[in-house]
Ligand binder design. Structure first.
Ligand SMILES: [Zn+2]
Length: 294
């Protein structure tokens, strides 16, 4: 099957064709101009697809925001996507192109991408976490994303890790992502030196021998592990796939895995902590895999 995959993010929309083996071609990227509203974003995208693509048999859409995958509607979009909430994206694209359309939240889609084309290929059950500005999560059970009653399951970033701690955007305090996200790592490194304003610079600093960063990194790895250990004890999963910017570094994933092993009850400790393999293609391959999953 030739699938048109679309990955809608806050700054850009990526598109490509994907066949059933996961081979992708005809890449295109446009600005999402999300701040101009959901209708503008969708109209622009429809025009852009018409101008470039034809002959596809299905469309898979991975999008930022909370999604009702059955209906293909946007349940909730944040203030970066005004007017996107409530749009029936599936119906709009099916009316326009006359092919089956599936829509899913970007984190869930990326987890399915890993299931069909990446690090999750050998597992029916696994958890997927992405460490970036926040911490995204997805639960894959029997090769399907478990979504919960309101399609909100897997918000691992808001596990309350430190009651009475840092205030989170969600309104709670002490959430996992306030301590384990890349943003949290950068915040701690910035207290040492204003030059460490992103993850890449922190790892360059470590490579150049700035030993002050070692404690910052070790403390952060411990926070990352704390969240994962709770998940291991709840789900007893065979694997947890972790990804997102700084987690591209195999040695970092290895140190997180070692810490999780150390802190986990021994009967759970055969869990494998593995690196996501699709990188920035996860959204597109995940969108395509919506037509491959049950
Ligand atoms: Zn929170």
């Amino acid at each position: 099957m030739n699938i048109l995959a679309v990955d809608i993010g806050g700054t850009s929309i990526k598109m490509c064709l994907v066949d059933s083996k996961g081979q992708s071609s005809v890449f295109k990227e446009i600005d999402s101009e999300a701040m101009q509203g959901g209708q503008h974003l969708v109209d622009n995208l429809l025009k852009s697809i018409e101008a470039t693509y034809s002959g596809f048999e299905a469309i898979g859409i991975s999008t930022a925001s909370q999604v009702n995958g059955e209906e293909g509607t946007i349940i909730y979009a944040n203030e970066n996507f005004p007017g996107y909430t409530g749009m029936n994206v599936k119906a709009i694209f099916e009316d326009k192109f006359g092919v089956p359309v599936k829509v899913e939240n970007d984190v869930n889609a990326a987890a399915l991408g890993e299931k069909y084309f990446g690090a999750g290929r050998n597992f029916k059950d696994f958890l997927c976490l992405t460490y970036g500005t926040g911490i995204g999560g997805a639960i894959v059970i029997d090769s399907t994303v478990y979504k919960g009653m309101n399609s909100c399951a897997g918000e691992f970033g808001h596990i309350m890790l430190h009651p009475g701690g840092e205030k989170c955007n969600c309104g709670c305090v002490g959430c996992y992502e306030m301590y384990g996200s890349t943003t949290a790592l950068v915040r701690k490194a910035l207290e040492l030196d204003s030059k460490y304003d992103n993850g890449r610079k922190i790892f360059e600093g470590l490579d150049q021998g700035d030993t002050r960063l070692e404690k910052v990194l070790n403390d952060w790895v411990l926070e990352v592990a704390y969240g994962l250990v709770s998940l291991v004890h709840i789900f007893n999963p065979p694997a947890i796939i972790i990804g997102g910017g700084v987690m591209e570094q195999q040695k970092l994933v290895a140190s997180v895995a070692a810490k999780v092993q150390e802190l986990t009850i021994s009967s759970f400790s055969d869990v494998q902590i593995i690196k996501a393999t699709l990188g920035n293609k996860a959204g597109l391959l995940g969108a395509a895999s919506l037509h491959l999953s049950k």
